[in-house]
Structure formats: structure tokens, C-alpha cells
Design a protein around this ligand. Sequence first.
Ligand code: NOJ
Ligand code: CA
Length: 537
Amino acid sequence: MKTYHPHGTENPKWWQTAVFYQIYPRSFQDSNGDGIGDLQGIINRLDYLVDLGIDAIWISPIFPSPMADFGYDVSDYCDIHPVFGNLETFDRLLAEAHACNLKIILDFVPNHSSNQHPWFLASRSSRDNAKRDWYIWRDTKPDGSPPNNWTSMFGGPAWTWDEKTQQYYMHSFLPEQPDLNWRNPEVVDAMHNVLRFWLKRGVDGFRVDAILCLIKHEAFLDNPPVEAGSYWEKWGHQFEPRYTVNQPEMFEHVRKMRHVFDEFDERVHIGETSTVDVAGLLPYYGQPLDGYDIPFNFKLLHADWNATEMRAIIEEYYDILPTGGWPNFVFGNHDIHRFATRYGRANHRSVAMLLLTLWGIPTLYYGDELGMEDVFIPVEQRIDPWGIDVPESDFGRDPERTPMQWDASLNAGFTSGTPWLPLAQNYAQVNVADQLSDDQSTLTFYKTLLHLRRSHPALHNGSFTFVDGLGNDLLAYLREAGSQRLLVCLNFGTQPRTVILNHLTLDCQTLLSTHFNAHTGTTLSLQAHESVLLQLK
Ligand code: NOJ
Ligand code: CA
């Protein structure tokens, strides 16, 4: 049995022991009846978040935006979109969140702006405009085709022709999201100042969007075709983005942004990474640790619900972590179908058990604490551009972005108007109000687990040891700190399993079971899909 010892447990930073909770602001709580969630709505629900037991809220973009990509197309980096409120509402949110010990993390979208951003309007106004080089402009090939074969992450060419100035501009995502030119020092300064604007205001950190795309190969080389069965092929790509993502200079920019964070106390620097393998996460930590505090780890999220596969990923990650680097895990966000749907409803509490008891910083996605599932949206009703642009695919992200289900009243208590995306049909059965009063609900399960995590140092910075020899369906590990000895055991299988842990004294107390069972004695009998957290004596 191999044991991992977290480093620096004496004086952990706040984010090392925190649980993060992502709010997709359009869908959390509407306060004015326009059918779209807003900042006042979040303020109104702070009590819920405190009671839930999370520590930090990450809010997806709330800045002025034409909403071509629902906020990931920013037209003013230093203001709030009126649909969400204004700077005064934001300051109030910050003050009220801080008053109840919640941190606020914003989303920083450095790779691209909106095509309506004044910078881009200036850039496209003429070839000799001072901001021309703030974006990536190239001539057509002699035959009139785009400069190279680069494609957008959402499908189709990464180049859009500008009739007026007779050049193409580059966009890693939608044509409405032109890529900023991070090789231009003026862009770098302007964007660093955006970070300072919010950090000075008191935000506790940023999640940095799509960092992988920040720098493109200088020679604008064609990307090679994808290999069959590869990660990129799975995501609908025809070409492997060899010259468009994860370029060495990109990591330099991560380091420079990090220095801006370091001008302030105790802010957290989180990055949306994208790597084909676990090892790809390493450079995002920096060398030595001057990159992201939390380079989002999506490796479990992309894995099958399988004990052997999950263990292999976790073990590889722990094995290669740089000294002093903290692990983190993500199972859901606004870009991926909900895990209660991906892994099956029967497993959704086990996902939480894993996420909240592994050694690593967890990020939760709003509504997962209720067991929210994907909402089916017919192709003709899709509003996510990715779903619309690739209609034959299941890439559309509307299903996982539907409104939070607060109660059984009209529109689930989310809005008094017409919700911007349809609500789940089962909201009268799956909602906060009902689950709060049910002592065996998924919400009660999450609250109990979050409370246990907070009150047991072994769960956030205790040592971690896998238990070997349990076969394919079971995953078990020990978390230990001082005299605290906890055992987590998850049954990934569809059959009940009896676990005999010879080398451990199974003289235990059940702290929590996904099925709210109480296990005693020296043999553990788990139901199908059951997971437990036990205290060993
Ligand atoms: C990643 C974000 O999470 C996603 O929602 C967005 O569409 C792209 N980056 C582009 O900003
Ligand atoms: Ca609203």
C-alpha cells in the first residue's frame, strides 16, 4: 500500500482546504422576473450556500456581452452586464458574501473578446488603426482561401473574412469571439490591468478561461489530421490542434498573470486547462509553482465510471504532482453533460463521495447537489451555439445549463417570468425545498458530507492510501491525520459486494453512506452502487 502525504499541511492556504461551487449565473436565481438569473438572485441565495457548506463561489462571466456564447464573448471587461445587475450590485454581493465567509471567484476570458468590444471595432476599422495588431489578422492565400487549415473549437474554420479591410481574423471559438493577439505587449498590459481592476475591488481570484488557446504558433503552420480514436477526434475535430493550443509561450503568460495575482494577498489563480493526459497538467502548475494554484483537472470527468480506470488516473496524478502542488478534481461544469446523466442516477451520490473525500480541491457545479440531470432539448430548440453549429452531435451544452430547482412552485422558484432555458420536468420532485426536509435526500447527503469534510482535517489534508486487492468494482482508500482514521469504500458495480479488509480492523462507525445505511462489525456489505465513509477505531 502506497501512502501520499500532502505537503505544507501545517499552514494551508484558504483555497487548499476550500470547496468551490460553480454558479452559472443565468440559471441560478432570477430576482426581477426577466427569466434570467442575476447577481441579486445570488445575494438572495447566499444563506443556502452557507448552509450547504461550501467555501468559494466561482461565477461564470457576468460582464457586458452580446451573449453570442452566453457571456464568454466579453464587450467590456470592467463592468457588469445590465441583465445581471451593475457594479453596485456586484460590490454588494462581494460584501455580503465576505460577511458570511464565502469567497468570490470571477471568470477571466483572456483569449478572445466579443466582436463588439471597442478594441475589435477599432481593430477592424482599418489596417492602420492603432489596435489593428491587438487581434490576429492574416492575408488570404493566393487562391483566395483562408491563411491555413485551423478550425474553431466549435467546428468550421477559425478564420472569418473581413470585407472592409480585405483580411481574415482568427477565432478559436465563434466568429463573434475574435482572438486577442497576446504577442502584442499592449494587449498583455491591458489584460493585466483588467485583472487588477477586479482584484483591487476585492475578488478572491479568477478562473481563467480557455488558456490553452492563448498563443498560436508564430509560423501559422497547418495542423495535422487527428488520429483515429484520439481525444481531439472525440470532440469533433478534424485536425489535431498542434499549432494552436498549449504552445510553450502560453505557459510564460500563465506565469506573468500569476505575478499580477501575487501583487495582492491570498488570491487564487485557477486555470481552465485542456490536456490529453494527466502529465499534461504539470506545466500548468509552473516551475516551481509559479503557474496555477488550481489547474483544473478534468481527467476523472472524461473517464468512464469504472473503479480501475479512476484509480489509475488518481494514482498517476498523485505520483507526478510537483512538490508543494495541490491536486484538484472536477466532475461537472457548464460545458459537459451532468454526471447524474453520464454515469447514471444510481451513481450520482458516489461521485460526490469520491470528489469530496479524495485528496484534492473539489469544484462542484450548481444543482449537482440535488442530483440534477440533463434536460433534453430538441435540436430545433437549441440555443447553445456549439449545439446549433454541430446539429448532428450531442456537444450542445443547454442540457446541463437549465435553471436551478428551488421548490415545487411554478418555474421551480427560479423565476416569475419565462425561464431562458426550459426547466427539468421533474422539478416538482427534485428541488431544494423538498430535499431539505428529507433526511435521506441527495441534498442532505451533500450537506452531511460537506460538514464531515470541514470537521475532519483527515479529509482535506490527511494522508491518502489506496487499499489494494479489492477487484474491479471496488475502490477504497484511507485518509489519516493524527488520530483520525477514515476509510472510504465505493462500490462501482451493479451487484452487492462484501468487503473483507483483512489488514484493517473493521471496528468502525459509519459516518455516511450513499444509501444512509449503518455498517457495523468486521465485514462490510455494500449494496450495488453504495459508497461509505467510515471512521476506524
Ligand atoms: C470555455 C468555456 O468554459 C466555454 O463555456 C466557452 O464556450 C469557451 N471557453 C470559450 O470561451
Ligand atoms: Ca433577472
